[in-house]
Write a protein that binds this ligand. Structure first.
Ligand code: HEM
Length: 126
């Protein structure tokens, strides 16, 4: 169960990141997201998969949140990631704000993945 969930989580996580980069590419280099509903619904389903498999893993491992700093840091960074990704791809008023938010979303994703892989809230910094 754990093995399956973990690999499912990691698969969702990397697919969702690949799509974030692809949507950024479309928005910034191709000048728009295009009207394809595929490009809004599929990422939403993937992100739901990331969250559900993540919370399931947490449940299966029975990790105590306040004794697991990397998980706490990861969840805090997740809030930033969701806000920044939405600002970049949906609500940002102009391209400058969207570009800054996009860079922040990519950095927060890298931090989350680093904290999870290294099991440390310091991620790559220590
Ligand atoms: C953008 C969102 C997320 C990213 C980028 C992400 C990234 C990752 C990665 C790369 C791993 C594998 C670590 C390894 O190699 O051992 C992992 C594991 C894990 N993630 Fe996530 N994750 C995200 C969201 C979540 C959420 C919402 C939760 C829910 C609490 C969660 C809980 C976990 C747990 C419990 C593990 C397993 C750690 C272990 O096997 O010891 N993740 N995550």
């Amino acid at each position: 169960m754990y093995f399956l969930l973990k690999h499912l989580h990691i698969t969702f996580v990397y697919l969702s990141f690949a799509l974030l980069l692809f949507r950024g590419y479309r928005l910034f280099l191709k000048g728009g997201m295009g009207g394809s509903p595929w490009l809004t619904r599929f990422p939403l389903a993937l992100d739901a998969g990331v969250l559900l498999s993540g919370f399931f893993l947490w449940y299966v491992l029975a990790l105590p949140l306040f004794d697991t700093p990397w998980l706490m840091a990861k969840l805090a960074a997740l809030v930033a990631y969701i806000g920044l990704a939405n600002l970049a791809l949906r609500f940002g008023k102009d391209m400058k704000i969207r570009a800054l938010a996009f860079a922040g979303a990519v950095l927060s994703w890298l931090y989350i993945a680093g904290a999870a892989t290294l099991k440390s809230a310091w991620a790559y910094f220590l």
